[in-house]
Design a protein around this ligand. Structure first.
Ligand code: ATP
Ligand code: MG
Length: 393
């Protein structure tokens, strides 16, 4: 039934000269999202609006689902595009539209007409009144409510006539590409894909790094991370995933350092390496899925000790105040959960001590990292330069 979509976005964030940047990014991301969908789509902006025109026979459900993954959109309005065949025909077409769209037919409504083409013979106010009358006549159960109608029926008279009333919720946030770039530490768990999603939602392009420890972690564990990156990339756009072989470093830490400090020292090396790769790729921040108190390495004291190794970049932890249930809810909403709970070991679970420190002291940890002095720089070098880069999305 619908031939076009009107894309609504939050106006507040895009005042002034940022507006074209925001709109251009939105147009670009909509084109990217619609590319794999069956049909032909013309995405463009006009004064203060973004439109998607279609050709008959397109995959409506696929198009809506794809657009619902584009950040920066508050609502997607499917639009009926009609030729001007006179007002009587229009009345008929609008009633047919309502009959099909709202089969229950007992709603409050308001007509909101806009006559952009001034040679149309009826003024906006009169269109509102006459169309309202026609609707009340055709649907005796419907009532007018001008303050808070359930159906806001928009009728725009241009060269053609545009009718819309449905409003499908969008993903919110800011269009990808309007917020710089960040490096996500992506593991195979539930949290980090959600963290990446949340930062990407603010318009940030993501790169990702995964620390792989073959043969202790399997190819399937790595594939799971690639799959998670792909799920996030459905929203966030293309992601370069850096797969760093962490085995030698982990073994070396295991060999040289107290076992109750393994996780924290490992995490410090992950952060150091992530920061290096991030800086090479113009990322402006690191992103992790940490949340206060979730595990020993995420107590306030542990976060402090992990954080101190990042010399230049801020570390964003969007889940810091979230409970696990809240994280799981978002994970399910974005379609990552089923993949996240697949049972492949990630590198941390193999090396965890029975009683990891929960209140590490930075001073002590720094002193114990001295035990690694002989080989660690070279090992980090080898891990960074030997990394595999996988383009996802
Ligand atoms: P997740 O569910 O994201 O795996 P988690 O609750 O298992 O998190 P940790 O294993 O302590 O918690 O990891 C905390 C954060 O460190 C993760 O959210 C992720 O950002 C990062 N991280 C952990 N392991 C890896 C890894 N192998 N590769 C890349 N990043 C990792
Ligand atoms: Mg994990």
């Amino acid at each position: 039934m619908f031939q076009a979509f009107l894309i609504k976005y939050a106006e507040i964030a895009i005042k002034g000269k940022n507006r074209p940047i925001f709109e251009d990014a939105l147009v670009k991301q909509l084109r990217r999202a619609l590319k794999p969908v069956d049909g032909s789509f013309h995405v463009y902006k006009t004064q203060g609006r973004v439109h998607v025109d279609t050709e008959p026979g397109f995959d409506y459900d696929g198009a809506v689902a794809a657009m619902q993954k584009v950040f920066g959109i508050t609502a997607i309005c499917p639009v009926l595009v009609l030729e001007d065949e006179g007002f009587d025909v229009l009345k008929q077409q609008v009633c047919d539209y309502l009959r099909e769209t709202y089969p229950e037919q007992d709603h409050t409504f308001k007509v909101n007409a806009r006559r952009a083409r001034k040679n149309y013979p009826i003024e906006s106010m009169e269109i509102n009144a006459k169309m309202g009358e026609a609707i009340l006549e055709a649907f005796p159960q419907m009532r007018v409510d001008v303050k808070d109608p359930e159906i806001m029926l928009h009728i725009e008279i241009r060269e053609k006539i545009y009718v819309y009333s449905l409003s499908i919720p969008g993903a919110g946030g800011m269009p990808t590409g309007t917020g710089g770039k960040a490096m996500l530490l992506l593991s195979g768990g539930i949290d980090s894909p959600v963290a990446g999603y949340m930062i990407a939602k603010r318009g940030v392009v993501l790169n990702a790094v995964y620390f792989h420890a073959p043969p202790y972690t399997s190819e399937r564990a790595k594939q799971k991370v690639v799959d998670l990156a792909r799920i996030v990339s459905d929203y966030a756009g293309e992601i370069y995933l850096h797969v760093v072989n962490f085995t030698e470093i982990q073994k070396y830490i295991y060999e040289k350092c107290p076992h109750d400090e393994l996780t924290i020292i490992m995490r410090r090396y992950m952060m150091r390496i992530a920061e290096r790769i991030a800086l090479e790729h113009d990322c402006l921040a690191l992103v992790t899925g940490e949340s206060i108190g979730q595990v020993a390495s995420q107590t306030m004291a542990s976060l402090l000790v992990t954080n101190e190794v990042c010399e230049t970049l801020p570390v964003f932890r969007p889940l810091i105040g979230f409970d696990k249930e809240q994280i799981v809810r978002v994970s399910k909403d974005i379609g990552a959960f089923e993949t996240s709970i697949l049972p492949f070991e990630d590198c941390c679970t193999i090396w965890v001590a029975k009683h990891p420190v929960t209140k590490p002291s930075a001073k002590v940890i720094r002193r114990h990292e001295e035990y690694l002095k002989e080989n660690i720089d070279e090992m980090v070098e080898t891990a960074v330069s030997g990394r595999e880069v996988i383009k996802v999305g």
